[in-house]
Write a protein that binds this ligand. Structure first.
Ligand SMILES: Cc1cc2nc3c(=O)[nH]c(=O)nc-3n(C[C@H](O)[C@H](O)[C@H](O)COP(=O)(O)OP(=O)(O)OC[C@H]3O[C@@H](n4cnc5c(N)ncnc54)[C@H](O)[C@@H]3O)c2cc1C
Length: 295
């Protein structure tokens, strides 16, 4: 459904990147899409057209970066992003996660207006239930941190929970936390809206194009090899989701200019420590201020 949606939007766009992409979207056969010529050079190549890749493309292009190519091996937003429940919750344990979630919430709230693509953004609010005092203490800590950074939330009584949600059985609750500005979105549609905006800003998007290998010379990225040819590039941003590590082997002990973007599913301490070995990844991350997670 979202491809058809984007095709409609695509026809209205004038940028060369969008024209390339929308013509691929509108073409009936995969063979036609595959025959599209890739550029031979780019400043930045992004691998992966999920929420991460499209968000990186959106933010880099907004920040004025030029000459960006996004490559997706299948169809846009058809990886984990497609299966995401789309819950945008700021109730996180780490302040950095709370801030990222809050940023995403605000961004997605206005994305529909910016792009004309429906994202399914609905401000539902959320209630976190506590059946034990320990859980309530944990919620109180999260609540305090949210309030410190200006996100409205409050600890509420079981009676108030029943008022907010009539179907909930509250007899065994000791309390709850209410975050009124939490929301839900259609994550695939958000990714497509981000791709749409990025494309309008000049990002060239190619689907059905696989990155096979990242080329490195003296520890620096020089380009990528794809199933449709090579692209020389200065920066490579790895947003391949679950498949991210297949492209990362040569960087684990190197210093290539690579930014790796992990979704919630991939955030483990071990993976973060692997990422920490190459400072460039973090430098690019800080520079771009990308949203790391949907929520
Ligand atoms: C059931 C479920 C529910 C979830 N619910 C939530 C939720 O409510 N809230 C929340 O915030 N998160 C949720 N998540 C997590 C969230 O969906 C993921 O963190 C997020 O979608 C990851 O996005 P991504 O762009 O990193 O990965 P993906 O969406 O998987 O995108 C990676 C893309 O890279 C492409 N790719 C891979 N290798 C290559 C290559 N070599 N060349 C070219 N392209 C390549 C893939 O085809 C894919 O399209 C949920 C996840 C699941 C599975």
């Amino acid at each position: 459904m979202f491809y058809r949606l984007l095709s409609i939007v695509g026809r209205q766009r004038a940028s060369p990147g969008w024209q390339n992409w929308s013509s691929a979207r509108n073409s009936a056969s995969a063979a036609e899409a595959r025959s599209m010529a890739l550029p031979t050079q780019a400043q930045v190549v992004i691998c992966g057209g999920g929420i991460m890749g499209t968000s990186v493309a959106y933010h880099l292009s907004k920040m004025g970066w030029k000459d960006i190519v996004l490559l997706e091996q299948g169809r846009l937003a058809a990886g984990s992003t497609r299966f995401c429940a789309g819950i945008l919750s700021t109730a996180r344990h780490l302040t950095i996660e709370q801030k990222m979630a809050d940023y995403s919430n605000k961004l997605y709230h206005q994305l529909e207006q910016e792009t004309g693509i429906q994202t399914g953004y609905t401000r539902t609010g959320s209630i976190f239930l506590a059946q034990t005092q320990d859980r309530l203490i944990s919620l109180k800590r999260i609540n305090s941190r949210l309030n410190v950074i200006g996100i409205p939330s409050e600890i509420i009584s079981p009676k108030k929970v029943a008022e907010l949600h009539h179907l909930l059985n509250v007899h065994d609750l000791v309390g709850a936390m209410h975050v009124p500005e939490d929301a839900v979105v259609s994550s695939a549609d958000v990714a497509l809206a981000l791709a749409s905006a990025a494309s309008q800003n000049g990002v060239q998007i190619y689907d059905r194009t696989s990155v096979l290998h990242v080329m490195v010379k003296k520890g620096q990225v020089t380009g990528v090899e794809t199933d449709k040819g090579q692209i020389e590039c200065q920066y490579f941003v790895n947003c391949a989701g679950q498949l991210l590590w297949m492209l990362m082997e040569e960087f684990i002990f190197g210093t290539g200019r690579v930014a790796s973007c992990l979704g919630a599913l991939r955030r483990t301490r071990n993976q973060f420590s692997l990422r920490a070995r190459t400072s460039w990844r973090f430098r690019i991350y800080r520079k771009t201020g990308i949203t790391l997670s949907l929520c």
